[in-house]
Design a protein around this ligand. Sequence first.
Ligand SMILES: CC(C)(COP(=O)(O)OP(=O)(O)OC[C@H]1O[C@@H](n2cnc3c(N)ncnc32)[C@H](O)[C@@H]1OP(=O)(O)O)[C@@H](O)C(=O)NCCC(=O)NCCS
Length: 350
Amino acid sequence: MNRTKIAGIGYYVPERVIPNSELVNLMDTSDEWIQERTGIQQRRYGKPHQETTTTMGAKAAEIAIERAGIQKEDVDLIIFATLSPDYFFPGCGVLVQRELKITHKEMPALDIRNQCSGFVYGLSIADAFIKSGQHKNILLIGSEMHSMGLDFTDRGRNVTVIFGDGAGAVILQPTEQNEGILSTHLHADGTHAEELAFINPGCHGGYHLGQERFGYPDAEYGGIFMTEKMWNDQDIFPNMNGQLVFKTAVTKFPEVIHEALKSNQLNTTDINMLVPHQANLRISQFVQRSLGLKDDQVWNNIQKYGNTTAASIPIALCEAWEAGKIKSGDLVCLAAFGSGFTWGSALIRW
Ligand SMILES: CC(C)(COP(=O)(O)OP(=O)(O)OC[C@H]1O[C@@H](n2cnc3c(N)ncnc32)[C@H](O)[C@@H]1OP(=O)(O)O)[C@@H](O)C(=O)NCCC(=O)NCCS
């Protein structure tokens, strides 16, 4: 049976470097606090009004396309994962198609959410399309422009210091060789959906599961996307229950990695490179310890880029590959956890 291989990979991060010291000027935080709790030293921010999630995604895509040795016109499906889209709708899939100037191809463009698990979810979808024979050159992009949607006051400091901008992309193709995606495992549990979320504006109108939870009961018809109260309260930014996210992540990461290894009759010692979603260096280190992996079996770059959500795995994977740390025949494990909660893993024979 055909497998799906990564035929080309690329990433793009904006030029503007934001060290922790720059955030200290904007909110009550410190370089020590950020580094000690998250490992992050700096992140990148895109140029407002010039760069967007779509334009960054297109730049990463162009590199992946070139490395795959194909033309842009050869792409026959676009899958775009982001939680920070340019518009509420349409999604970034069609926007990146236009940015890449391949609208004449009229190929389908699929937008997926799944936040920090977006890239692994996208890989799983692409794998199914390739195996079905429906598509032969799938462009999968994970891209985020978080900097335009964060709260740069003290109130948002626990979230804002973590996130950065960037994009990663891969071209996926069928292969008959002993390589490619061995398996993907995806999971979700919506119980704690609001514990790591960007809720307003939205059509919930103030109600959550029948409860007057958010305090915006004024909207009967229309006007529910942005009420005056939301604006006055500045309740229009992402929120996170950091401790719950941390506790759940350190359980689910190892669980879903073991699930992947078991289903392929492999062990942690078989992993050449684990590329975890870059949520927090402490989470990655915890996962590394619980799996008994050595330092050279895990790739971390959150120190430089912060958490770039759907982009974090393809950026890290590309960096590891460019650094010569992933070679042909290596077993690569990708694992993600994030808002939803959603989580997943992918095992790839490179
Ligand atoms: C966010 C995170 C770093 C916070 O660390 P923590 O040890 O849980 O910290 P807490 O939220 O308990 O807050 C501890 C104190 O630090 C303060 N604090 C929060 N953010 C701060 C910041 N940026 N700078 C300084 N102090 C901060 C809090 O207000 C709190 O102060 P208090 O004790 O006076 O009330 C941590 O919970 C975490 O990493 N969670 C996982 C987040 C994650 O991975 N998200 C992405 C998921 S994909």
